[in-house]
Every structure is written in C-alpha cells, then in structure tokens.
Design a protein around this ligand. Structure first.
Ligand code: SAM
Ligand code: SF4
Ligand code: SF4
Length: 331
C-alpha cells in the first residue's frame, strides 16, 4: 500500500443524507462547500455497485495524483497515510429521515422548509440487505444512525436488528434518548452498539431552552439505563454538549452537566460546537470558545471523565493552536 494524502470518506464512506442525496461524507468544510455528492434523487432503488465505485474512483484518483476534489480543499478530514485500492464501504451514515420529537435550537433539520419539502422517505432495509449480501459493507464497518431522530423512524428497530444479527461490531446510534429503544439495549448488551446523546445542558431550565421540549427527566433516565446495560468496563454510552455561543456557553452549565454524567457512570463525554455558528463566524474571535473547551477538559479530568472533541470544536482547537492533526476522537 502506498502512503499519500486522502480522505477516508472519499475512499470508503457512504452517507444516506437528507433530500434523498447519497454523499461521500457528512463533514463540513465551510470555506469550500464540503460534503461531495455521489447520487442525487435516491429513493431506495437498487444500486449498481460497479457504477457507484466508479464515481468514488474518479475522486480517489485525484488524491492519488496529489490533488483533491474542490470541496475537500484544506479539509481536516484529509490524512497522510497508507491507503488501499479496494472497493468497499467501511463507514455508513444513515441520516435520510428528518422528523424529530425534539426541537433543539441549533438543529436545522426538523425546521428547514427546504429539507422538509425535499426529503422523501424511502425503504432502507432492502438496500442494507443488498449491501450485506454483496459484501459491500464490510464487517469491520462503522454504521452510524443519525437523522432526525432515528429511534422514532418506523424501520429503525428492524434495521438495527439486521446489523446486530449480521454481527456488525460497531453500530453508533445518535439519539436524543427521549424514546427508549429495545434494540439499542440488546445491542449494548451484545457489545456492538454505542450510543451518543446530545444533552447540551446541565440544568433542567437550560435543557428546556436548548431542546424546547420537556425531556430532561426521560433523557437522563434512559441514558442511565443505557449506561447500565453496556458491557462491564466498556465506554459505549457517551453524553455530548454542543456549545451554542451566547446560550449555553457557561462554565456553570458545563459543571452541572459533568457532575450528572459522573453520577450515572458515563466514562466519556464529547464536546462540540454549533456548526451553524462556526459557519457564520469562521473568521471571527474563536478564543472564548477555545477557553471554554480547555476549562471543560480540565473539569472532566478532575472528575476522572475522558473528554473528547468532535467536529467544529476540534477545528477551533487546530485553528487556535495552529496545528494540523487527525482527530482520533469518537467510538
Ligand atoms: C441531527 S442529529 C440526529 C440524531 C439525533 N436526533 C440526535 O440528536 O442525536 C445528529 C447529530 O448532529 C448533531 N447536531 C445537530 N445540529 C448540530 C449543530 N448545529 N452543530 C453541531 N452538531 C449538531 C446532534 O447533536 C447529533 O449528535
Ligand atoms: S476531505 Fe472533507 S469534504 Fe472531502 S470527503 Fe473528506 S471530510 Fe468530506
Ligand atoms: S434531537 Fe437531533 S434531530 Fe432532533 S432537533 Fe435535536 S439534534 Fe435535531
């Protein structure tokens, strides 16, 4: 295998996105309009895998020629390492549905008129079965559920069970944890499902302000139950805090959140930043956000909790520290 700069999502990623689009990735690269597309207008039809991988190869070729797709320019997703030349998917993000039982102030999906109008629900299970049958989706793949809220989607339990039954080992469920899922508990017990819940607040008042629904008690109860059902010593249930500047960017909220996580035996927390804010403030003053990130890391360490940085907050770290690293955070 040769060593060169490329992106894992271009190489082997597949994203079933909103608006019936299939993409290579779901990362943002705001300056260059990231998230390159594979297919538009996808409604569950059988995929011609030869054609699918040909599209991928056209972009992979650019990296092999020391160049890259325009949308990928300067993206933190690019890494210099050894890449293979094979055709397979090792990262599948399922996020084609929009409806949600929460109304998080930072989330565009359930209130974006364009997205709502242009997202037609289709059956995903036949596509997944086809990918498994044809060995497109390798067993070592990361399968990631997002949305909208995946647990309220009608195919959710059967999709998750399909992956569990076929011995996929790394299935991540992004959920608001308002609705408890039996297959999530089954997968946690088996050790193949991992759960990430955005709490974004410590206090009940702030939770209501961010989520705009009364879900504080059910979310913490379900999170506690999920944490209890993970294998002993596993770190498969994580709580997230999305910093929304001028709303929940306070040390006090971070403190209450971390203390509650400690109470219910969460071993790792995740910090992120509202990506809509960063899109508008990409050239603004990022120092206060950086300082809050450093404070959170310090408090988490004092409590014996591991603190990871996701997406945009990681980009802020790289920008302020003038570093260019691969983010190894995540499940
Ligand atoms: C759109 S949600 C869907 C899954 C699920 N409803 C949830 O909240 O986890 C997928 C992930 O995107 C994150 N997200 C949504 N809007 C965001 C934003 N403006 N900035 C950063 N992360 C965001 C959520 O916290 C969640 O972890
Ligand atoms: S380099 Fe960035 S924009 Fe391009 S596919 Fe990778 S993550 Fe997406
Ligand atoms: S729970 Fe998830 S999908 Fe629903 S509004 Fe919040 S972030 Fe968006």
């Amino acid at each position: 295998m040769k060593k060169f700069e490329s992106c894992g999502y271009i190489e082997h990623g597949m994203v079933l996105d909103h608006c019936n689009i299939i993409r290579h990735c779901n990362n943002f690269n705001p300056r260059y309009d990231g998230r390159p597309i594979i297919y538009e207008n996808y409604k569950g039809q059988k995929i011609d895998w030869k054609e699918f991988f040909e599209i991928k190869r056209n972009l992979r070729k650019l990296f092999r020629e020391n160049s890259c797709p325009k949308q990928c320019t300067e993206c933190v997703g690019i890494a210099y390492k050894e890449w293979d030349d094979d055709d397979y998917i090792d990262y599948l993000l399922l996020t084609p549905w929009v409806p949600c039982n929460s109304k998080c102030i930072y989330c565009e999906a359930p209130r974006n008129e364009h997205v709502l109008k242009n997202t037609k629900i289709y059956k995903i299970l036949p596509l997944i079965k086809d990918m498994i049958r044809n060995k497109i989706l390798i067993k070592e793949a990361t399968i990631d559920f997002a949305g909208g809220e995946p647990t309220i989607y009608s195919e959710f339990e059967s999709l998750l069970n399909e992956f569990i039954r076929n011995d996929y080992k790394k299935i991540i469920v992004h959920t608001n944890a308002i609705k408890k899922s039996r297959s999530v508990i089954k997968g946690l017990k088996k050790g193949c499902v991992r759960v990430l819940v955005s709490i974004d607040a410590g206090s009940k008042e702030m939770h209501k302000k961010i989520k705009q629904v009364n879900s504080y008690d059910s979310v913490w109860n379900n999170l506690k139950e999920y944490a209890k059902n993970q294998p002993k010593d596993a770190d498969f249930v994580k709580a997230k805090y999305i910093i929304v500047p001028e709303v929940n960017d306070s040390e006090q909220e971070i403190n209450i959140w971390l203390n509650r996580c400690k109470e219910i035996n969460i071993k790792s927390v995740v910090l992120n930043l509202d990506f809509n804010w960063i899109m508008k403030n990409v050239d603004g003053n990022l120092l206060p956000i950086y300082n809050l990130m450093k404070y959170t890391q310090k408090r988490a360490k004092e409590l014996g909790i591991n603190c990871e940085l996701y997406g945009q907050i990681f980009q802020v770290k790289c920008e302020i520290e003038q570093s260019r690293e691969e983010n190894i955070a995540g499940f």
